[in-house]
Each structure stands twice: as structure tokens, then as C-alpha cells.
Design a protein around this ligand. Structure first.
Ligand SMILES: Nc1ncnc2c1ncn2[C@@H]1O[C@H](COP(=O)(O)OP(=O)(O)OP(=O)(O)O)[C@@H](O)[C@H]1O
Length: 516
């Protein structure tokens, strides 16, 4: 294994970026606004620490974590481009924080500090292998029901508690879940639940701290303002263990409050860690004075009004349209093709339509539909190559839609049902407007005379940049921009992220009838 870093990897950085990437300060906080090179600098810092000659013989890992797979992939790609493929060979790695949590829980079970339900029978030779899934939907469809379960830590035992919630809601019934839990299968959510309780036990907390210290010498935490309580507890355990922790983020771009992110407590974490702050003051994103001014004004809380583009006529000047929600993006008309119908709910018909949407977005934009993986999981399709293998069959469905009128939607739906039956055990229901409506949405985009623009929500756009960005706004979002954004408001931060993705120009996009 080579320990030599590519020469001159830092030469393209500004003085500020270079200092942040190469400083010998043990704990570091890299603070910066949009486009100032946070990801670029994180990728450099990862390599500097990975190839540090002082640690040539050190067996411990340099790790970088982010909160989403997309952000992790982006950082890994940049590190490999800068430092070569060998930069992330074992034990060094760039993974989601969920993956670190899984490792930590696994080690805690292996050390005998926690005992999984049915552990003796499951892994009699002590070779513990939890099988952690994204969700339960690959094992059964969501149904309206009241059954619920929770994993609790009682002494050393992980126990399964069952019961009922007050209101029926769409969820996989626990009759599908309980046998799997006893087979050592669980979800990332379960891992988090167990770990959060386990870390309250001083002996386990001490074990996790020392485990992190003995396996990891440096940790880069990307987008630290998206951390929730458990994330913060694990980062803090690493700091206590003496791991060199670099925290990178912009408090204005914290978007994951719905997943429990606590952007307001991160400054305390940084203060407690004794991290030195490195600020990156120059943004490389803005190619026009207008876009630079917009970003500065938004951050200063000044009111702004975006120029308005007509969704019927002006889209050709844009590269992408962003919105806070999926549905209003579809409402902009056939010139915008969003990468998802709505937040993924887990139905079979929805998953089938998502596979078709993915075929269309791949063909037109070379981009995956946002919930492709969820769709494959729900349809119990293990082979991730299936979307590629289905291309000719899905193209035939798309042709039926493109060539036909409204009535062809039902024919296309039946055709799609047959295609899915070749790769999935799930049975799709007969045509119903709730299922065929999604195909009608795709049909209008296929029949559009021009090339539609991709529509993304702010969450998908985070970390991305384009020349010209259209933003879809509701009345209250427009008013929020006009009266000035506040960093403490979740919606305002989403608007801030949407309006700071463009290099050259940001415009509001409205459907034609919204003008009158
Ligand atoms: N020193 C530099 N010289 C030239 N271009 C740079 C430099 N640093 C970063 N860039 C470019 O600036 C753009 C933004 O960089 P990057 O994505 O790292 O910023 P960021 O702070 O992570 O952005 P955001 O917070 O908005 O996601 C990229 O196109 C990157 O290549």
C-alpha cells in the first residue's frame, strides 16, 4: 500500500483553504458559506491526514462521515480524484454516520456489553452479524394498522417491546417485523434507538469511546449542523477518545430538523471540543455580481425579490428548478420533470411508477429518480442492475405513453404491471386513477415539445451548483424572502439553500396561470 500523497494536491487552494486543510490543530471547525469550498477543503484535509508521514505506521483509520449517501458519494469521489483510489482503502473510509453507528453497535454486542434478542441461538459461535436494512418495506407492504414495536435496553439485554399506537397509520405490521428482529435483521432506525439508550450506560459509553480511539485516528464530519442528539453523542465520544475531529458546516444550510437535527446545539459541541475555527471567506460560486449580491443579502437578513420567469416560456434559460416540496414542482407544468412524485410512501404501484420515472429521468438527464432504491426495496428486487436490464421494456411503456392520448395511460399501466411481474414477487393492483395519475404526469413530460428541466427539492439540491436556477415559491415563501430570512427558521434555511445554488442567476418560476 502506497503512503505517498500525489504531489501538489494542495496547490490549487487559497491560503485560507490550505491552512484549514493542512493545520496541525487537533480539533478543527471549518466554517463557511455556500460555494466557499467546504467539500473541496474537506477532501484535501482527508488526504492530508490520511497520508500524514507522522502516522505512516499507524494502523488506525482516517474516516469521513456525512449524513446522506449522496453527500458521502460526492466526498468520496472528490477524495479519490485528488488523492487516488488508495486514499479510501481499508481501514480508511468515507461512509454515512449510520454506518459508523452500525459498527459501534456490532462491537458492543461482540464485547458482550449488550445482548441481542435470541443471540445465543442466532450466533452460537459468537460471530455476530446484524443485518441492517434501510426499512422494513422489503419484507412486507405498509398497511393501515396500529401495531408498534420498540427496542429497549434493559440491563445488558436488548428487548423487543410491542404494543399499539393510538391512531392507525401506514406502516409495515409488526407480525412481519418481529420474526426478522429475532433473526438478527433490523433497520438503521433500530440501531440508532438501541445505541441512544446504550450510551446512557456509563460502561458502554466508556467502551465506545475507547473503541473509537483504538480504531480511528482522525474523523472529518461533513455538514455537522445536520447532526442530531445521537450523532452529537458519537462525535463527542470520538473527541473524548482523542480522535482528531474536523467539523465542517454552515449553520445556514442545516436542513434535517425533520430527522431531529439540532443545529442550535452544534456551537456548544464545537466549544466543548476546544476546536480551532477556520473560516473560508471567499465564495467561488458566484460568476455574476447579481448572484453574489443575492447571497450576501440573504445571509444578512435583507429582503429580496427574485425576478420572475414564466414556466410556459422562459425555462430554456434555466438548468434546474428547485422547490421545497415535490407536488408544486409538478404543478409548474410539462416543462419541469421532478425526480420524484412525492415523498416516498412505500406502495407497490408507487414503486413501479418510480422505476418508470427513473427510466425517463436517466434517459433525459442521466439522473436517477430520487427514490429508486426505496422502490427497488419495496418491490423486493435485490439485483441493483434490474433498472438497466429493464430499459427496453420500460422504454416500450414510455413509447405507449408518448404515442397515445389519455386513454393510453391505462394501457401503459397494464404494460408496466407486466414488466414489474418479471422481476418482482409483488402483485400490483388493477388500474385506478390513484396509480395511473403518476403515469399521466410522466406522459405530459414525454409529450412536451422541448426538453424538460429537472425538478429537485432543496434536500436533493444541497451541495449542488448550476449556472441558472429556477425556484418555485409559495406565497408565504415569497413573503419570507421579501421580509428577510432568519437563520433560526427551518423553512428560511431551505429557501437560503435553494437561492444559493446558482453560479450566474436565480429566478422565481411561476406557472402561467399564477400570473393573473
Ligand atoms: N480554491 C479554489 N479555486 C477554484 N475553485 C474552487 C476553489 N475551491 C472551491 N472551488 C470551486 O468552488 C465550487 C464550490 O466548492 P464546494 O462545493 O467545495 O463548496 P461548498 O462550500 O461545499 O459549497 P456548498 O456549501 O454550497 O455546498 C466548486 O465548483 C469548487 O470546485
Amino acid at each position: 500500500m502506497s503512503s505517498t500523497a500525489p504531489a501538489g494536491a494542495l496547490s490549487t487552494l487559497t491560503e485560507e483553504q490550505r491552512t484549514a486543510a493542512a493545520t496541525r490543530d487537533h480539533n478543527l471547525f471549518i466554517e463557511a458559506g455556500p460555494g466557499s469550498g467546504k467539500t473541496t477543503t474537506s477532501a484535501h484535509r482527508f488526504g492530508v491526514q490520511r497520508f500524514d508521514p507522522a502516522h505512516r505506521e499507524d494502523p488506525r483509520a482516517v474516516a469521513a462521515v456525512s449524513f446522506t449517501r449522496a453527500a458521502t458519494r460526492n466526498l468520496r469521489r472528490r477524495v479519490q480524484r485528488l488523492w487516488g483510489i488508495g486514499a479510501v482503502t481499508w481501514p480508511h473510509r468515507i461512509v454515512t454516520l449510520d454506518s459508523i453507528m452500525h459498527d459501534v453497535l456490532h462491537d458492543t454486542l461482540l464485547a458482550g456489553l449488550l445482548v441481542w434478542p435470541n443471540q445465543q441461538r442466532l450466533w452460537p459461535d459468537g460471530d455476530i452479524r446484524l443485518d441492517v436494512k434501510d426499512s422494513w418495506t422489503s419484507f412486507g407492504s405498509k398497511q393501515f394498522n396500529r401495531t408498534a414495536y420498540r427496542l429497549t435496553v434493559v440491563g445488558k439485554d436488548v428487548r423487543i417491546e410491542t404494543g399499539f399506537v393510538a391512531e392507525r397509520r401506514s406502516a409495515v405490521p409488526i407480525t412481519e417485523i418481529l420474526p426478522r428482529l429475532r433473526e438478527g435483521i433490523c433497520t438503521h432506525e433500530d440501531v440508532r434507538e438501541v445505541l441512544a439508550q446504550a450510551l446512557a450506560v456509563p460502561e458502554i459509553d466508556a467502551f465506545v469511546t475507547s473503541r473509537l480511539a483504538t480504531t480511528t485516528r482522525a474523523l472529518v464530519v461533513d455538514e455537522v449542523f445536520d447532526a442530531n442528539d445521537l450523532d452529537i453523542a458519537v462525535i463527542e465520544a470520538a473527541i473524548r477518545g482523542g480522535v482528531a475531529v474536523t467539523m465542517v458546516g454552515d449553520p445556514w444550510q442545516a436542513l434535517y430538523v425533520f430527522r431531529g437535527a439540532k443545529p442550535h446545539v452544534v456551537p456548544d459541541l464545537i466549544a466543548r471540543s476546544g476546536a480551532v475555527t477556520a473560516s473560508l471567506s471567499t465564495s467561488f460560486r458566484w460568476d455574476t455580481a447579481e448572484q453574489g449580491r443575492l447571497a450576501t443579502d440573504l445571509r444578512a437578513g435583507a429582503g429580496i425579490t427574485l425576478p420572475v420567469d414564466d414556466a410556459a416560456t422562459d425555462l430554456k434559460d434555466l438548468d434546474v428548478v428547485l422547490g421545497l416540496w415535490w407536488k408544486p414542482l409538478w404543478d409548474l407544468g410539462e416543462g419541469v420533470l421532478p425526480l420524484a412524485f412525492h415523498g416516498f410512501k412505500g406502495g407497490y404501484e408507487e414503486a413501479a411508477a418510480t422505476l418508470l420515472l427513473n427510466h425517463v429521468t436517466r434517459t433525459i438527464f442521466d439522473l436517477d429518480a430520487t427514490y429508486l432504491n426505496d422502490a427497488l426495496t419495496v418491490l423486493a428486487i435485490q439485483d441493483r442492475d434490474v433498472p438497466r436490464l429493464l430499459e427496453p421494456a420500460l422504454q416500450a411503456v414510455a413509447e405507449t405513453l408518448r404515442a397515445g392520448d389519455k386513454d393510453s395511460v391505462i394501457a401503459a399501466y397494464r404494460q408496466l404491471v407486466e414488466v414489474i411481474a418479471t422481476v418482482s414477487p409483488r402483485l400490483l393492483r388493477a388500474p385506478h386513477y390513484r396509480h395511473t395519475d403518476r403515469l399521466a404526469l410522466i406522459q405530459s413530460r414525454l409529450r412536451y415539445s422541448g426538453r424538460p428541466l429537472p425538478g429537485l427539492t432543496t434536500h436533493q439540491a444541497k451541495g449542488g451548483e448550476w449556472d441558472a436556477v429556477g425556484v418555485q415559491l409559495s406565497g408565504s415563501e415569497r413573503e419570507a424572502l421579501a421580509s428577510g430570512l432568519s437563520i433560526t427558521e427551518d423553512t428560511h434555511r431551505k429557501l437560503y439553500v435553494a437561492c444559493t445554488r446558482a453560479r450566474r442567476r436565480t429566478a422565481e418560476v411561476r406557472a402561467f396561470d399564477a400570473h393573473v
